[in-house]
Design a protein around this ligand. Structure first.
Ligand code: TXA
Ligand code: MG
Length: 318
């Protein structure tokens, strides 16, 4: 098991030596290394078992530092950065040479974000380099939203987990790129599309992108639990299943089914609470003595788009 603690100096020491540290963010936990150090970046891909064609997000703590890593900041990118950083927004912008090609898998754009977590921001302020950090899960599995999740899956492979408590948002950042300086959403995430549109007007959505060269890593199988998960309208659930089934539901229990096999994302129908609970509940269901998971569609407003997107990607075919 990795040492888990709250000491940013310990984290800093490992990172400065080129070693990896798991970091808390408001979205999900990240597996971080010095983004300017090729061998640290390589070990991120190794530890995660992640294909090298799937690029990494770099994390920094100020707009002043962010502009050192990119060649251009379109006006609308700057508006979004000023409104939502620190926060669950990642911007895809043309990279400067200082960013290693390994980080971007050879692409011309680099993904940048300023995360909103006090402990991580303090760490980032103390470092003379940005942190490359994918979600701290083995490739293809559910992203971790607390230190225990990270320890269970990557604890043998990293020396230190910086424990910042539960990730408040609970799903990964929203990724926004630009086409002719106009914003395009490449990954739905913890910042709702409505909130983005309130600042920059209508945006294009291109989230399903396994064939999209701008986001090569957004594969369909991404967020899968180990048990098969089926994703339907609640009305399509059968009254009696032949298989032992766990249920991931939006705001209401199913009748006549033992509640220990059910998880309710938000009893009040609050989308932020639902997003916060999504991955932790999927993990809990995955650990139950059941054979399959059934998840219901959530309403398509606010973070509901991102929640349905993750469930869709985790789903098996019936
Ligand atoms: O909330 C988050 O974004 C979390 C926390 C740790 O910050 N990080 C995260 O990283 O979700 P990861 O690696 O699991 O997902 C990053 C996604 C990948 O799908 C990748 O393809 C895309 O961002 N991406 C990264 N750099 C890119 C680039 N230069 N061009 C296109 N897509 C990029
Ligand atoms: Mg990930």
């Amino acid at each position: 098991m990795a040492i888990t603690g709250t000491d940013i100096n310990v984290a800093k020491e490992f990172l400065t030596k080129g070693e990896l540290v798991a970091i808390p963010t408001e979205t999900v936990y990240g597996l971080a290394g010095n983004a300017l150090n090729d061998s640290a970046v390589l070990s991120i891909f190794e530890v995660k078992n992640r294909p090298a064609f799937d690029p990494l997000i770099i994390h920094t703590d100020s707009l002043e530092k962010a502009v050192e890593f990119v060649n251009e900041f379109p006006e609308k990118a700057l508006l979004l950065a000023k409104h939502f950083w620190p926060g669950p927004l990642t911007l895809l912008l043309p990279k400067k040479q200082i960013i290693p090609d390994l980080v971007t898998s050879g692409l011309d754009n680099v993904a940048v974000r300023i995360p909103n977590h006090p402990l991580l921001l303090a760490l980032l302020r103390s470092l003379p380099f940005p942190l490359a950090a994918p979600s701290a899960n083995p490739f293809g599995y559910i992203s971790p939203t607390n230190a225990a999740h990270v320890n269970a899956q990557l604890g043998e492979k990293i020396p230190y987990i910086l424990n910042g408590g539960e990730s408040e948002v609970g799903i990964e950042s929203t990724i926004v790129g630009f086409e002719n300086d106009e914003p395009v959403v490449y990954r739905l995430g913890g910042l709702a599309v409505e909130d983005i549109e309130a600042i920059v007007g209508k945006v294009k959505l291109m989230p399903h992108s396994s064939s999209n060269p701008k986001a090569p890593g957004m594969l369909k199988s991404h967020y899968a639990p180990r048990k098969p998960l089926y994703f339907n309208h609640r009305g399509a659930f059968l009254a009696s299943e032949e298989m032992l089934t766990g249920y991931l539901l939006f705001d209401e229990y199913l009748e006549n089914i033992d509640r220990k096999y059910q998880r309710i994302l938000s009893k009040t129908g609050d989308m932020k609470e639902a997003a916060h609970n999504l991955f932790a509940y999927l993990r809990e269901l995955d650990m139950l003595p059941i054979q399959q998971i059934r998840a219901e569609f959530v309403p398509m407003n606010g973070l509901g788009l991102a929640i349905n997107d993750r469930l869709q990607r985790a789903a098996a075919r019936e």
